[in-house]
Ligand binder design. Structure first.
Ligand SMILES: N[C@@H](CCC(=O)N[C@@H](CS)C(=O)NCC(=O)O)C(=O)O
Length: 91
């Protein structure tokens, strides 16, 4: 697996980050800020909270608590904005 050695920890560099988010979600804003500040490319996966998409069976598999944001990095799923920030700091 390709890795980066920009810090002391070896982390995967090849997997594509997916961010499940809603544009008005302040919790999601902080994650988008951090991804952009770090210059990390990611695919934005919109989850419409007003439409109730957070309650869909597909999204429930990612976060049974039905909250955005959720960051997916390969097999790793992180579903709390502060936990996501810690992951982003390591990339
Ligand atoms: N502690 C969580 C809170 C996440 C949260 O409250 N997300 C809100 C949007 S900011 C949400 O998804 N709400 C869904 C709902 O109200 O049904 C985090 O920081 O990520």
């Amino acid at each position: 697996m390709e890795t980066t050695s920009s810090s002391s920890n070896q982390v995967p560099a090849a997997s594509k980050l997916l961010l499940y988010s809603y544009w008005q979600s302040s919790c999601s804003w902080r994650v988008r800020f951090a991804l952009n500040l770090k210059g990390l490319p990611y695919e934005y996966k919109p989850v419409s909270l007003p439409a109730g998409e957070q309650f869909s069976p597909e999204f429930k598999c990612l976060n049974p608590l039905h909250f955005v944001p959720v960051l997916v990095d390969g097999d790793t799923v992180v579903s709390d904005s502060f936990a996501i920030l810690l992951v982003i700091l390591k990339i």
